[in-house]
Design a protein around this ligand. Sequence first.
Ligand code: PMP
Length: 454
Amino acid sequence: MNERPNSLHASDIAHSMHPYTNMRAHEEKGPMIMTRGDGIRVYDIDNKEYIEALAGLWSVAVGFSETRLADVAYEQMKKLPYYHSFAHKAHEPSIRLAEKLVEMTPEGLNRVFFTNSGSEANDTVIKMVWFLNNALGRHGKKKFLARNKAYHGITIASGSLTGLPANHKDFDLPALPVTHLTTPHYWRFANDGETEAEFTARLLKELEDTIAAEGADTIAAFIGEPVMGAGGVMVPPEGYWPGVAEICRKNDILLVSDEVINGFGRLGTPFGCEKFGFTPDILVTSKQLTSSYMPLAAIMVSDDVYNTIADHTAKLGTFGHGFTASGHPVACAVGLENLAIIEERDLMGNAARLEKPFQEGLRKFADHPLVGEVRGVGLIAGLELVKDKTTKEAYAPAGSMAARVVALAAEEGLICRNVYETVALCPPLILTEGDIEQIIARLGRALDRALAEV
Ligand code: PMP
């Protein structure tokens, strides 16, 4: 393939519809075609090297050249390439992976349901929660609470939970009863003179007032990412999550922790709910579960959630939900091996140990004229760019400066992602201190070049 780069380029322009892409701009610009990976690096068709500082899409924990995952996939393909788990069928990879996930996740989450993507997982969560409330005769308790700038997926249901304009506008979403609350991001959304504690109190009051106004008997669940990822890497203020959890508990509202990005050590703790001190009823994982070598997501539920659903399936005769590839044996085998690598190499510990050099190294960009705020925890970070550091006004059109910095970073050999005005970083967990220095050097050059242009 490599010897015919121009035809690949032209063919992509002629035939492909890319997700999350301005399609007309793509016809002009064409694709960036990647051909191979090596550790935290990927190489394009011209053999240009890039540090993949977003781990693909926030997901490749073990790096881009883990042959152990290729080997288990091949072995599983030869042994039992496909089987399903409908109607009492089972196979060893999904049984073992469920067992492992129960062992790794916080106490009390003892049941696992597999899907192929985070979006499918969150659709499944909505249906489980509706099914559960119908089982309890609470037919009016169906609404979800989410947050502005949340990312929970892009299907009709999960996309409704997402709180980002690009995922709603002209897709006729939200299509479900969902109320989006204030984004828990102090730097951007605090009122003038408001302390962080006052900001937290205001958000918790908003939650309580919303429940009072809409009625606790109409609200089924609150869903949130412990640290918001794809909406721009927003770290919640002190006290926010324990407060949310307490209010949900008091009002009999289920709490769903969407850990599709946060899970498996990203924040320096195994799961994000552990970092912020709350216990969810439902926890959703994907991405780092298989390092995205295979598509897979897992929903973990509490014993109470499981038992209510299970009793109802006994009454109805079935749980009428599931995907052809739910718990696909190859994906589950890869997931198990990936988690074994994460444990053997203590990659979650590595993320915790590298938090300081990574976060402190990036904090030095807080003084850069283009940077309004540097934020993050563990190995996830965001730099929000501004035109005016005092008013926090962004460059126009919205998102253009972050897009420019990300384009220049790619020229410098660094892949990161622009989400609105934020440049996001979320490198593989196999990162080293030397890698951090290179990421910071390349990002610094991109920021300086962008500044020189304005
Ligand atoms: N939830 C969160 C927190 C995510 O970050 C994502 C994907 N970025 C999703 C759900 C949706 O996952 P998928 O793209 O696999 O459907």
